[in-house]
Design a protein around this ligand. Structure first.
Ligand code: FAD
Length: 430
């Protein structure tokens, strides 16, 4: 009775922590030199940065629970005031001190940058979703839903499109309306705190992977970085994992790879071929993070600003992570920016910050990190696989498995926890 986890991203770590909590010995194999996967620490110019600036929301209950379990006080680790959205050049929304969803309703009424008519139209849209119990046709795209609900160009530009890109990393015309409204439901309709935008004040490695490592080390966990699993054999219900250092055999395997790596490892198993064939049809979307290091005096009026009518979508002030003068600009999903060289893109972003925010200083250095396959395209009617597979003892975990949520930290954590619970259920029956 032994459990292997392949992949040390947030899903694999969540599975490992959940199993270790129940005193199940786990062995985790990660091909990279460090844990964290698509949400990891990177070292640049002597600074601890992230491979991509991440934003969490208060509705990430499972993520926040797990952070707590491994000893991270997220209230201290993250900056997370009540919802405040500032999208340049004109839109300002601040949640009111009322229970959900009235905090948003009154916030919308008091917002700046949209007309009274648009405020009521946005509220009518949210009320219509509530009446529909947050269910729409799985075929519907976000753009179609917004046009059916008569949302104006302004509302789309300042509110719905930025939220769609930030949450689903997919252009609204291709994005699943159902997944989008799941996020709106959880963020705006359940509890006021769920709509908070949480910005980590420590790097992503410190936020979860480091703490998960400490937890696993003190709970019989075995972690191996730099150990790529090259092949899996199945004999008499056991799984033999092949890697450069030899082989290891396990009774259960949680495969916590990114969706685009699953076919290479599991595609030879006949019972897995329907799943791997489906995954091989998926498309992916990039996320670019552009770091610009200015003089320490350069500071944003608020640590998170949205930009509209520009290539740059969000700007985060890394003064939060004790890195004064460092700004991180996020560009989600496909677009013209992909055609620019990194130097040209950094210069373009620098010019946009000058024009929109009046930052005239010249950065000391810039760094573009392009994650080309940051997330799957969250398109309508995507057939996401279950955690349980047709192969007894083999489970899938990752942000791409079936979920209410798009590819996010919360989807990854929920998936990891769920796959571990299935293993525990299975072990209890052995
Ligand atoms: C730039 C960027 C910005 C993002 N911003 C946000 C955000 O603001 N908010 C949010 O919620 N989400 C965000 N996301 C999404 C979030 O990071 C992912 O959904 C999440 O990290 C996925 O975790 P995972 O464990 O499912 O997969 P992964 O992180 O991909 O983990 C899989 C792991 O498997 C390892 N591996 C691969 N092959 C092998 C092998 N053969 N053997 C062993 N190990 C292997 C990989 O190295 C990796 O560590 C962002 C993603 C990116 C890239």
């Amino acid at each position: 009775m032994s459990v292997a986890i392949i992949g040390g991203g947030w899903a694999g770590l969540a599975a490992a922590v959940t199993l270790a909590e129940q005193q199940v010995p786990v062995t985790l194999f990660e091909s990279a030199a460090q844990l964290g996967g698509r949400a990891r620490r990177v070292a640049i110019n002597g600074l601890s940065l992230d491979n991509g600036q991440h934003i969490l929301i208060g509705a990430y209950h499972e993520t926040l629970r797990l952070l707590n379990q491994v000893g991270v006080d997220f209230e201290r680790a993250c900056f997370g005031p009540a919802l405040r959205l500032q999208v340049e050049p004109a839109f300002r929304l601040q949640a009111a001190s009322l229970p959900a969803p009235w905090h948003l309703g009154l916030g919308l009424l008091r917002s700046h940058g949209i007309s009274l008519r648009e405020k009521f139209s946005a509220m009518r849209f949210l009320l219509a979703l509530n009446r529909m119990r947050f269910h729409v046709s799985p075929e519907l795209s976000v753009s179609t839903l917004l046009s059916q609900q008569n949302q104006s160009i302004n509302l789309n530009a300042f509110l719905w499109h930025p939220l769609c890109l930030a949450a689903l990393n997919t252009p609204p015309e291709n994005a699943s309306a159902q997944i989008f409204i799941n996020v709106l439901r959880d963020a705006f309709f359940a509890a006021r705190d769920d709509s908070r935008l949480l910005l980590p004040q420590i790097d992503l490695g410190a936020l979860f992977p480091d703490a998960a490592t400490r937890y696993l080390n003190s709970n019989r966990g075995n972690l191996h970085c730099n150990r790529r699993i090259q092949h899996i054999d199945m004999h008499h219900g056991a799984f033999t994992l092949h890697h450069a250092q030899g082989t290891d055999t396990f009774s259960h395997v949680v495969c916590a790879l990114p969706s685009f790596r699953v076919s290479a490892l599991l595609g030879h198993i006949p019972a897995m071929q329907a799943i791997t064939a489906e995954l091989s049809t998926w498309h992916y979307q990039p996320i670019y993070t552009i770091y610009l290091q200015y003089d320490a005096e350069v500071q944003l009026p608020f640590p998170l600003l949205g930009l509209s009518q520009t290539m740059s979508q969000w700007v985060i002030d890394r003064v939060l992570t004790q890195q004064p003068g460092l700004l991180a600009v996020i560009i989600s999903a496909q677009g013209a920016h992909e055609k620019l060289s990194h130097e040209a893109l950094a210069l373009h972003v620098q010019n946009e910050l000058r024009q929109t925010l009046g930052i005239n200083a010249i950065p000391h250095w810039t760094q573009v990190i392009a994650e080309k396959r940051a997330t799957f395209s969250c398109t309508p009617n995507l057939q996401r696989p279950q955690n349980q597979t047709p192969v007894p003892g083999l489970f899938l975990a990752g942000d791409y498995t079936i979920s209410d949520y798009p590819a996010t930290l919360e989807a990854a954590i929920r998936s990891g926890v769920n796959s571990a619970r299935l293993v525990l259920h299975n072990l209890a029956r052995l």
